[in-house]
Design a protein around this ligand. Structure first.
Ligand code: AMP
Ligand code: ZN
Length: 120
C-alpha cells in the first residue's frame, strides 16, 4: 500500500509530509523518528518508514535493509537518550490482537523505569 500523493488519511504519512506536526528526532530518505503523542514511558519514540507500509505483514523481499536501519537507528537514539546501559525496549505491534492502532509500520522505543511495563 503506497501513500497517495493527495491528502493522506494516514496520520504517520501526514507527519512525514509535514501536514501534521510532531517532535522529530531524526529523518533521512528511509525513516523518520518522532515522539509518541501519548508517551507511556519517559522516553517513547516511534521510528517509521518514510514509505507507507501497513505493518510487518506488508514487508517485502528487499526490505531487509530498511528494517535493519530502523533497529540501528533505535540503538543510536537510545544511546543519545542515555539509555544504553540501563536498557530499553523495542516493540512492533502487528494487527488487531497485538493492539496495532496506527496502520503504518512503526517501531516503539521505550526507555526509563517504565520501559519494562510498556507493552502498548
Ligand atoms: P500502536 O498501538 O503500536 O499502533 O501504536 C501507535 C502509537 O502511535 C500510539 O502509541 C499512539 O500514541 C501514537 N500516535 C498516534 N497518533 C500520533 C501522532 N499524531 N503523533 C505521534 N504519535 C501518535
Ligand atoms: Zn502511512
Amino acid at each position: 500500500m503506497d501513500r497517495s500523493p493527495e491528502l493522506s488519511p494516514c496520520i504517520f504519512c501526514r507527519i512525514i509530509s509535514g501536514e501534521s506536526t510532531a517532535k522529530v528526532f531524526f529523518r533521512d530518505d528511509l525513516v523518520m523518528a518522532f515522539r509518541d503523542i501519548h508517551p507511556i514511558a519517559s522516553t517513547h519514540i516511534l521510528i517509521v518508514p518514510i514509505r507507507h507500509i501497513g505493518s510487518v505483514n506488508d514487508l517485502k523481499e528487499g526490505d531487509e535493509a530498511l528494517i535493519g536501519h530502523m533497529v540501528l537507528l533505535a540503538r543510536q537514539l537510545a544511546e543519545k537518550e542515555g539509555l544504553s546501559e540501563r536498557g530499553y525496549r523495542l516493540l512492533i505491534n502487528t494487527g488487531a490482537h497485538a493492539g496495532q492502532t496506527v496502520l503504518h509500520l512503526h517501531l516503539h522505543l521505550f526507555g526509563g523505569p517504565l520501559a519494562r511495563l510498556a507493552l502498548r
